[in-house]
Design a protein around this ligand. Structure first.
Ligand SMILES: Nc1ncnc2c1ncn2[C@@H]1O[C@H](COP(=O)(O)OP(=O)(O)O)[C@@H](O)[C@H]1O
Ligand SMILES: [Mg+2]
Length: 277
């Protein structure tokens, strides 16, 4: 049950999601097996429509699993009741592509962050202690609490909203963080910052991160392990170096060929020839 002495935090066997039935049936996730270990950063990589978000929603318990089993901290997951779900969400949290979907926009930033402390059992802490924790979480993501207090999330820029989501995770300290394309709607500069913050979170808190992306170059840069997803199936998985530097599936090779910078540096001589024709 362990790899290099690290225990399994989340695993699954034959996990499947079928939407609809009859002619409208869509097998979005098709019998996937996976093993995620503590402190690991795993990327799930695939093109749009390959089933990544559907898998994330099943892992999070937002939608039901049609077939197969999910194991959390070594035990078969049971989140049938509302109480069990709330308990489960102390251990697993997510940030999404669109920060608007992550919190109630009509709650001020103060209450968004206070809720996190309350969820972690800090409801009875003295107020100055709560403010200190919030200030620390904000400074972890380079935000100043004094500039956020009494504001609403929608008053922040896109990059600031993503950072606020990470401040929430810093306070919630889940065992597992699911990040579904968290950087695809922000500019390159904010993207690098967000990635650094996610890596910082992992180093600081030891949380396991599942990073979902269509960008195999990005996955190579940040992951320990990768799972390559094509039309609902995992076609290949393993250590990021092994899979991306010597891929075996045709699909992985194609994803890599779409990112020329991994293998071949820019060939300026050819570019110059092209220009003279
Ligand atoms: N609620 C739904 N009802 C029907 N089909 C869905 C639903 N959600 C996703 N799908 C389908 O499942 C497939 C996988 O979608 P998704 O998980 O969003 O992929 P990805 O996140 O990799 O882009 C797609 O064909 C999509 O149209
Ligand atoms: Mg998606």
């Amino acid at each position: 049950m362990s790899e290099n002495g690290k225990s399994l935090v989340l695993s699954g066997s034959g996990v499947t999601k079928i939407f609809g039935s009859g002619a409208k049936k869509v097998v979005a996730v098709n019998k996937v097996d996976f093993e995620f270990h503590e402190k690991e950063l795993v990327s799930i990589v695939g093109e749009s429509g390959s089933g990544k978000t559907t898998l994330v929603k099943m892992l999070l318990g937002l939608i039901s699993v049609t077939e197969g089993d999910i194991y959390f901290m070594g035990e078969k997951r049971d989140i049938r009741s509302r109480r069990q779900k709330k308990e489960y969400w102390k251990g697993i949290q997510a940030i999404f592509q669109d920060p608007f979907s992550s919190y109630n926009m009509f709650h001020k930033i103060d209450s968004v962050l206070l809720d996190c402390i309350n969820m972690r059992g800090g409801r009875s802490l003295p107020r100055p202690k709560k403010i200190e924790m919030i200030t620390e979480a904000c400074s972890f993501v380079n935000l100043k609490y004094a500039e956020l207090t009494n504001k609403y999330p929608f008053e922040l820029s896109g990059g600031q909203q993503q950072r606020l989501m990470i401040a929430r995770i810093f306070l919630l300290k889940p065992k597992i963080l699911l990040a579904d394309e968290p950087t695809s709607m922000i500019d390159a500069c904010s993207r690098a910052t967000i990635l650094d913050m996610l890596l910082g979170l992992r180093n600081e808190t030891g949380m396991m991160i599942i990073f979902v992306t269509h960008d195999i170059g990005l996955a190579y840069y940040i992951s320990d392990s990768v799972y390559i997803m094509e039309r609902g199936r995992f076609v290949e998985s393993g250590k990021a170096d092994a899979v991306i530097l010597s891929p075996s599936a045709e699909y992985t090779k194609r994803l890599i060929n779409d990112v020329p910078k991994i293998h071949s540096p820019w060939d300026f001589t050819k570019a110059a020839e092209g220009a003279s024709v």
